[in-house]
Design a binder for this molecule. Sequence first.
Ligand SMILES: Cc1cc2nc3c(=O)[nH]c(=O)nc-3n(C[C@H](O)[C@H](O)[C@H](O)COP(=O)(O)OP(=O)(O)OC[C@H]3O[C@@H](n4cnc5c(N)ncnc54)[C@H](O)[C@@H]3O)c2cc1C
Ligand code: FES
Length: 254
Amino acid sequence: MIKVEKMKILSQKEIAEYIYELELQGPLVDEISMPGQFVHIKVKKANDPLLRRPISISSYDKNKQTMTLIYRATGAGTIELAQQTGDLNVMGPLGSGFPVEDVKGETAVLIGGGIGVPPLYECSKQLKARGKKVIHILGFESAEAVFYEDKFKALGPVYITTADGSYGTKGFVTDAAAQFNIKADIFYACGPVPMLNAVEKLFDKIPGYISMEQRMGCGIGACLACVCAVNGPELYKKVCTDGPVFPKGELVYG
Ligand SMILES: Cc1cc2nc3c(=O)[nH]c(=O)nc-3n(C[C@H](O)[C@H](O)[C@H](O)COP(=O)(O)OP(=O)(O)OC[C@H]3O[C@@H](n4cnc5c(N)ncnc54)[C@H](O)[C@@H]3O)c2cc1C
Ligand code: FES
């Protein structure tokens, strides 16, 4: 069930350049059903900015009713969010996430770019808990923007790429996948659209799931702000309710 509630801010800290880790607590966590779901946040108590901001749930702990979000504070709303203390008005959990039950094969490769990396963390934890081998390829702009390398390393091998070559492999996630000859039975990806398109082409022989980050309004299927083109008879789907995670081959990259 989708809830709108005041969640307690347990901690909020900068963990890389402009990247914040926010830990929240409240009964909304009971409703999370899959890694890759997101919440829609009112970034401050006043109504400016009016629109909520969609942020993925990076990890959660149902026993403690806590969840962790990781976001980049570079726009008007997220800069406000980084200043908040006390409590936060949160709507969620929203969308359908990464399927991790009944996954065929031994090995999963998780590919993330920038602020697409956070939802892969819970996905990796849950795959590992189900006995899968998890490999991570994580792309960032520069060394200063890298986060959660050690946390992912605790779950499986990690390949980092940076666009400027200041850390890890210089280039894109697909460059590292090719250079290190990464083989897997399934892939999970989240990041900028060109990256998603390239990942689908590179891993065209295995099944996979893609999380799409699209501009959003209502977050609950009412405003059509988030529609994206898909293959098949429907032509368009809503990222907020039909996604954000879609099976490989469903999205049309314009
Ligand atoms: C399902 C989903 C999950 C996301 N998860 C994360 C996450 O875990 N961490 C993170 O840092 N970011 C995430 N994003 C992107 C994040 O929502 C935007 O970067 C953020 O809304 C931009 O707000 P702003 O105040 O910084 O920028 P502004 O420029 O002030 O935003 C203006 C408007 O544009 C929208 N907007 C701008 N860029 C984007 C974008 N790339 N995607 C969606 N809406 C956008 C905002 O919602 C707002 O309505 C996610 C987006 C979606 C759709
Ligand atoms: S954000 Fe309103 S329909 Fe998806």
